[in-house]
Ligand binder design. Structure first.
Ligand SMILES: Nc1ncnc2c1ncn2[C@@H]1O[C@H](COP(=O)(O)OP(=O)(O)OP(=O)(O)O)[C@@H](O)[C@H]1O
Ligand SMILES: [Mg+2]
Length: 241
């Protein structure tokens, strides 16, 4: 199954969510590969503390094989494909969007066959850009991670309608919600459903302990019974159903 995580604005919590989700799925006996397609601002390697050599970019540029860019995390069933910071967009590395898509599908196929992966998770770049649309176009399900900031919400409408046009099933995840604001977003959720048919995947509260991790720790590994992890587990059930 191919699942992607997008957002309009940066810093909504995609990398944190994807990382924790990957660790949780592996704890449940699944094999997971997380691919950092946020090539302009990659961060997955920091969260997983991967000291990388070859990356997604090298593979896309034909400089190495798929095997060279997969890193096993801590002897677990989580495999990471990191990216290094790159000023270009993924599709700009190819002459046509179709070529970029084929290359990405080749990577998935090679890793999937070799490691028998159950879930591929794509950590995408924020904003409306070709890399994000490329991934949106190949996945089974997309999740748009938003905060309740109105800038985010407006952009989330745009991303939502783009995924609808591409025919990719997208759902909404509101993250970093202050506890006293959970009820305030009911109207927004109803509006998304009425206007675009985009349904809510879940709500995650602002969690001080996650914020204080500063992407140095993975809560699902160090503190799997925390409030953030409990919320994530419920959302994951819905997502992989
Ligand atoms: N529910 C939450 N409560 C509090 N802090 C959170 C929560 N989710 C994520 N964070 C924190 O927010 C910061 C940004 O998260 P993260 O890097 O996952 O966002 P992102 O969407 O991947 O950002 P970017 O778009 O820049 O890649 C991190 O310091 C992370 O620990
Ligand atoms: Mg990120």
């Amino acid at each position: 199954m191919l699942l992607s995580f997008h957002s309009y604005k940066g810093g909504t919590g995609k990398t944190t969510f994807v990382g924790n989700l990957g660790v949780m799925l592996a704890q449940q006996g699944k094999k997971v590969c997380i691919i950092d397609t946020d090539v302009n601002g990659p961060g997955l390697h920091s969260l997983f503390d991967i000291r990388y050599g070859m990356t997604l970019i090298d593979f896309l540029q034909g400089l190495c094989s798929a095997d060279d860019v997969v890193y096993r995390y801590d002897n677990s069933d989580v495999y990471i494909v990191p990216s290094k910071a790159c000023e270009e967009d993924i599709s700009a590395m190819f002459s046509t969007p179709g070529e970029a898509r084929e290359k990405m599908l080749t990577l998935i196929k090679k890793i999937g066959n070799k490691l028998d992966i159950d879930y591929f998770l794509f950590d995408c770049s924020p904003g409306i850009n070709k890399s994000s649309l490329l991934i949106l176009n190949i996945v089974d399900k997309a999740t748009i991670v938003s905060t309740i900031d109105v800038q985010d919400i407006r952009g989330t409408y745009v991303l939502s309608s783009m995924s609808a046009k591409l025919g990719t099933h997208a759902s909404l995840l509101f993250n970093r919600i202050p506890l006293d604001k959970k009820d305030d977003i009911n109207d927004i959720i109803i509006d998304f459903s009425n206007k675009l048919g985009t349904e809510l995947l879940g709500l995650v509260s602002y969690d001080e302990s996650v914020a204080k991790n500063w992407s140095r720790k993975i809560a699902m590994k160090d503190n799997p019974d925390c409030g953030y992890c409990d919320q994530l587990k419920k959302i994951a059930q819905k997502l992989i159903r």
